[in-house]
Design a protein around this ligand. Structure first.
Ligand code: ATP
Ligand code: MG
Length: 460
């Protein structure tokens, strides 16, 4: 087999071989080469011990790092790039679900390949292009099959993460999972309870952003229920003539490939119980708990929860109404919401409706214009501030914020322009309990009604 590899990797393989050791590319990069795609990282394995690898490159003046030396891995810098070089090894179990309890260095490549999860990941290739493929991984790659290297049950019981890795590879490569492997991953799925949240998180994000995510979610929902049992209720629901899980999967499939959007689509209806559809704030609360349980970072968790809260929020083509979601959401979040809305429409059984799509496009243009014009959307944009309110006789405290918000509300609805004079004049009309009454100059003014747009209804 002929292939292009980075000069640094070639140098490392050559150097180790010249020093009398075996050295091969192994794992993901070999799989990717055989699939005809460009590898992201180049893992090298060798019969040399970690110390022998270190001294081999140190004596040649190469920079090396003792990255994971107790697990057999050292990092070698060559031609401006870093490469991990790992001694042939077998592994003990993952009792802490993060690191193997122990590793044993072994003399033979085949023993190292046997510890690897799937046949397609258990192939090595040397500099001359000679394949070492004891499990028939290249044939499985050719046929697009994910199969455990060795007995599937045993392999999943050794490390439950492999269950998620199987689904992740199925989703990202569009491969099918071989029957015995599929059967074993279902029967061993409780093993996921013993896997750390961080490891599951990483694989889940790659699963959900894979082009084949929909098929995997349809076929293996019960695997996700192991760590997110809240998803199961969707199975008992119906929405716009579809089963709730199928409806969710379609929304995931339709939305553009960005992890927060895929996750918002997956979790948008998780609240509620039984066959009752959930209120958005309930789904947002449940999603928050679910995302925390998998240790999502604060920023991405908050964004996903916000998108779910607004999933069904009315979006109107009336400027005064459109300013409301725009005042609550950052522009990026607003455009993400539009994309979720588009995907949700496309996920309906009757497919994408041209009219609704067109309406969404008009909403997008209007939002772009509102933002470009720098219209007043937040308290910070108001032409008066807290000092002005206090100067008008309101004691400093929470009341000041409430009054500013009431003014913002009137500006958003177009009831008053965002001009200093007009706002100061409006001030006395804002009801203020702290001042002992409804309003300080007669009753509070009723706001114009907020009309509902068809896009704002649930089952449009
Ligand atoms: P990619 O890097 O493209 O996501 P990969 O296969 O390289 O895919 P890594 O996590 O980088 O995945 O792992 C490198 C190799 O280590 C794998 O190809 C596989 O041979 C082995 N491996 C990784 N995780 C496991 C595991 N949990 N059990 C057994 N072998 C594993
Ligand atoms: Mg890799």
């Amino acid at each position: 087999m002929r292939f292009q590899l980075p000069a640094g990797a070639a140098y490392i393989l050559q150097t180790l071989e010249a020093a009398g050791w075996e050295a091969c590319l192994v794992g993901g990069c070999v799989r990717d080469l055989l699939r005809g795609t460009e590898p992201q990282d180049w893992d090298i394995c060798t019969s040399a011990s970690p110390e022998q690898t270190l001294s081999c490159f140190r004596t040649r003046g190469q920079r090396v790092l003792e990255t994971g030396i107790q697990h057999g891995t050292v990092t070698v810098f060559a031609e401006g790039e870093a490469f991990e070089v790992t001694t042939y090894r077998t592994e003990g179990p993952y009792s802490d679900s993060r690191h193997p309890d122990f590793v044993h260095f072994v003399p033979e490549l085949e023993l190292d390949l046997a510890r690897r999860d799937f046949t397609m990941n258990a192939i090595a290739i040397d500099l001359a292009g000679k394949l070492r493929d004891p499990f028939g991984g290249s044939e499985d790659i050719r046929r697009g099959v994910i199969r455990c290297a060795g007995d599937p049950e045993r392999r999943f019981r050794e490390d439950g993460l492999r269950i998620m890795r199987a689904l992740r590879f199925a989703a990202s490569l569009g491969y099918t999972i071989e029957e015995q492997t599929a059967k074993a991953l279902r029967s061993c799925r409780a093993m996921l309870k013993q896997v750390s949240a961080e490891r599951i998180n990483r694989e889940l994000c790659r699963l959900i952003t894979g082009p084949g995510a929909g098929a995997v979610l349809r076929e293996y929902p019960e695997v996700l229920w192991e760590f997110w049992p809240q998803l199961e209720t969707l199975r008992h629901r119906e929405r716009s003539g579809l089963n709730g899980w199928e409806r969710t999967v379609r929304a995931v499939e339709e939305v553009t490939i960005e992890a927060p959007l895929k996750l918002a689509a997956l979790l948008h209806d998780v609240g509620g119980s039984g066959c009752q559809s959930a209120a958005p704030e309930e789904s947002a609360g449940t999603a928050d708990v679910m995302l925390r349980s998998l240790r999502f970072g604060n920023a991405s968790r908050k964004r996903i929860v916000t998108l779910i809260e607004h999933y069904y929020a009315p979006l109107s083509l009336r400027e005064e109404e459109l300013r409301r979601p725009l005042s609550r959401l950052e522009p990026e979040a607003f455009y993400q919401l539009l994309e979720l809305r588009r995907a949700d429409i496309a996920a309906q059984p009757q497919g994408l409706s041209e009219a609704r799509l067109e309406e969404l496009e008009q909403i997008r243009s209007m939002a772009e214009r509102i933002i470009a014009e720098g219209q007043c959307l937040t308290l910070g944009d108001l032409e008066i501030n807290g000092r002005d309110v206090i100067a008008a006789g309101i004691p400093s405290g929470p009341e000041v914020g409430r009054i500013l918000n009431a003014l913002l509300d009137r500006v958003l609805s177009g009831y008053v322009p965002n001009e200093r004079e007009a706002l100061l004049k409006m001030l006395p009309q804002i009801p203020c309990p702290a001042m002992g009454g409804e309003g300080r100059e007669g009753a509070a003014l009723a706001l114009p009604p907020r009309g509902l747009n068809p896009l704002g209804t649930r089952n449009f």
